[in-house]
Design a protein around this ligand. Structure first.
Ligand SMILES: NC(=O)c1ccc[n+]([C@@H]2O[C@H](COP(=O)([O-])OP(=O)(O)OC[C@H]3O[C@@H](n4cnc5c(N)ncnc54)[C@H](O)[C@@H]3O)[C@@H](O)[C@H]2O)c1
Length: 377
């Protein structure tokens, strides 16, 4: 087999997720980090140390400002992993560069409706591919559930339910994740992943099926109540129920609880059709379990006839598992993005997909505030 062409990456935002991208890229043949930028000196030091371990022979150029990186660095592709409310401005700066580079941008694409509209208009003119990082699509148990739906195992799928019961939001650089103004709100910030999955699942059987309306109830009831930032208590939701009606007449729901880190499964997804229920059961991140204690993810197929669930365990390679918090999905995503940069593949999650997930999250946040169903545009 021939060695793939080398790809030099530039990373914008080198905190927790930026370093997860870097660790996963170190497993992708031919990938190197040519440059990174981060305004925080402590994060620059940590990331430089990681790069020195992973690529001792090819030092990366280090910048405190992404403008300088865009002007001076010699890269083939960009990865954006800065806070949510910086994505729109950084993308606009990249779109304005003379050389159009492929971009992998972390979810959520933006944090409010005005930025979503502006990005939608601006992206039309960009001449290189933009891929939105939606890691959940590539987790083995989620990919297995999607495969079973494509095979028709559930029959005609009618309901898709996602339960996420997990740990509270972690501490971030500059505490950017404590207020909805900077994150878009919990139902945008993290739940855009689930809204993206809902569209993906619904569109297997009905191409072009889109969400029509969102009903949600939620609260900020347990977490971060004793924290104060410039005299303000965090306003981010820590629990919610969200129901989404699709144009096909089918429905999806999310049950979110962020004070349930004792749960065996962090995510439990169930797609139920007229012939069977297909479940995907996913534990929390590997590093939060005692050494060697992480259970394997499971796919469970429960036909109506004959009764008797069929259970399959899905193991991720230990090295890939250790490279991040997402059960290998960041690695599988990078394999696809790397192919795209080398001209061999297509964008899997487009700007349009990323914006739809943001708009569903914004509608859910609005539904919680206004206690009514919100129609999507
Ligand atoms: N896809 C996933 O599963 C997943 C998981 C975690 C985080 N994320 C996303 O990744 C992004 C980063 O999250 P994180 O957990 O790494 O946060 P973090 O706070 O650990 O890191 C963010 C970094 O960006 C830096 N930064 C701020 N402004 C910048 C700018 N203008 N240019 C370059 N760097 C800048 C900060 O100094 C910090 O080091 C967020 O959008 C988050 O939603 C995605």
């Amino acid at each position: 087999m021939s060695t793939p062409a080398p790809v030099r990456y530039g990373i914008i935002g080198a905190g927790m997720m930026g370093r997860e991208h870097i660790r996963n890229l170190s497993l992708v043949p031919g990938a190197t980090i040519a440059a990174f930028s981060d305004p925080d000196a402590g994060q620059r030091t940590q990331t430089s140390q990681l790069l020195q371990q992973l690529w001792p022979a090819t030092p990366a150029a280090v910048f405190s400002d992404h403008h300088a990186l865009l002007k001076e660095a010699n890269v083939d592709a960009l990865v954006i992993a800065s806070p949510n409310d910086t994505h729109k401005a950084i993308l606009s700066d990249i779109f304005a560069q003379p050389k159009a580079l492929p971009i992998l941008v972390e979810k959520p694409l933006c944090t409010n409706a005005q930025d979503a509209d502006a990005l939608e208009a601006a992206a039309v003119h960009y001449r290189a591919p933009v891929w939105v990082a939606m890691e959940y699509r590539y987790m083995l148990p989620v990919a297995a559930l999607l495969d079973e739906l494509r095979l028709g195992t559930a029959g005609s799928m009618k309901m898709f339910a996602i339960r996420e019961h997990r740990y509270p939001f972690l501490t971030k650089v500059g505490d950017w994740n404590r207020f909805s103004a900077r994150t878009g709100g919990t139902l945008v910030e993290k739940c855009c992943h689930y809204f993206d999955l809902m569209r993906l699942v619904m569109q297997i059987e009905h191409k072009g099926d889109e969400p029509l309306r969102v009903y949600a109830s939620g609260g900020a009831d347990v977490n971060h109540r004793d924290e104060s930032y410039n005299g303000q208590t965090p306003d981010i939701l820590d629990n919610a129920f969200v129901i989404v009606d699709f144009a096909s007449g089918r429905r999806a729901m999310l049950d979110l609880c962020m004070f349930a880190e004792g749960s065996l499964w962090q995510e439990e997804m169930a797609a139920t059709g007229d012939m069977a229920k297909i479940e995907s059961l996913i534990p929390g991140p590997a590093r939060f379990w005692p050494e060697g204690g992480e259970p394997a993810s499971q796919l469970v197929i429960s036909p109506r006839h004959p009764k008797g669930p069929i259970r399959r365990e899905l193991e991720v390679d230990a090295q890939i598992l250790r490279a991040g918090d997402h059960h290998g999905s960041t690695y599988y995503q990078h394999l696809g993005f790397n192919k795209l940069v080398r001209g061999e593949g297509a964008v899997v999650v487009s700007i349009s997909d990323g914006l739809k997930a943001v708009r569903m999250g914004l509608a859910a946040e609005q539904s919680v505030r206004e206690k009514r169903a919100i129609e999507l545009p």
